[in-house]
Structure formats: structure tokens, C-alpha cells
Design a binder for this molecule. Structure first.
Ligand code: ZN
Ligand code: MN
Length: 145
């Protein structure tokens, strides 16, 4: 994401602060996370400003909206092909490089021209693994339909 790229909105100091927060951010923050961080510097900024800015960024392809976390949408300024690993307990999302990928056999592909691929891995992070005494749910239970 280029920092001051045209996002189709007037670049107010609040919006610049949102872009600055997102720039290089590898934590996949939610809108609320962004709001909390930027609100410290701009107490008058509303959550609506975060939403409109995110929606403009998404529209321009400058941010990815991830739906891996069942509780809230998460945002990723890294828009290149890569995969994700999510902790089902604390919802921490970690990048997985694109060299881990699944190729579709021709019989499954059915002549589709594949334009994008995203593999999701679910698990428990080292911290949550220590705190969990119950067995990890099977992947099929964890995955939303
Ligand atoms: Zn965790
Ligand atoms: Mn990512």
C-alpha cells in the first residue's frame, strides 16, 4: 500500500493517521483496533471515519478485508497473494507465505481460470496451546460453513 495514494477521499489528518497505522501493519487489525490506536492522537475522530476510510481503501484494492475471524472483519494492507494462519482462541492472525499452496487438479478446476488463491490454517498459537487443557477441535468443527 502506497502511503499517500489517492483513496478517493479527502486526506484529512485523521485519514492520514489511519493510513500510517495500517502501513506495514502485520497484525491484521479490526476497525475497532484501528479506531483505538488513532483515537489516542485524534480524540474527535469517530469510528465511522475508520469505516469509510477502510471501505475506500478496500474499493481501491489497497487493503484486504479478511473474514477469518468470526467475531469481526480484519484488515490487511498486504494485498499480494499470501495465506493465513489463525489462532482459534485469541484470534491472532499470522501471515503464511504464498509458497504454501494447494494446486487444484484439472478434474476439480472444471476449466475455471484461477485468479486468486487463499489458504486458511486454523490452530492454537503457542501461548494459547499452553493455556488449553481441552483437546483441540477438529478442523471441520472450527471452520465456518
Ligand atoms: Zn492464541
Ligand atoms: Mn496477511
Amino acid at each position: 500500500m502506497e502511503r499517500y495514494r489517492d483513496i478517493g477521499l479527502k486526506l484529512t489528518p485523521q485519514r492520514v493517521a489511519i493510513l500510517d497505522f495500517l502501513q506495514g501493519n502485520r497484525k491484521h487489525p479490526s476497525a475497532e483496533d484501528i479506531y483505538r490506536a488513532v483515537h489516542r492522537k485524534f480524540p474527535t475522530m469517530s469510528l465511522a471515519t475508520v469505516y469509510t476510510t477502510l471501505s475506500a481503501l478496500k474499493e481501491k484494492g489497497n487493503v484486504l478485508e479478511l473474514t477469518l475471524d468470526p467475531d469481526k472483519k480484519r484488515y490487511d494492507p498486504e494485498t499480494g497473494l499470501h495465506n493465513h494462519l489463525i489462532c482459534v482462541s485469541c484470534k491472532r492472525i499470522v501471515d503464511v507465505p504464498d509458497d504454501v499452496h494447494v494446486d487444484l487438479p484439472d478434474s476439480v478446476k472444471q476449466d475455471f481460470a484461477i485468479i486468486k488463491r487463499h489458504v486458511e490454517f486454523y490452530g492454537l498459537c503457542p501461548k494459547c496451546k499452553k493455556e488449553h487443557t481441552t483437546p483441540v477441535k477438529e478442523a471441520s468443527d472450527v471452520r465456518r460453513s
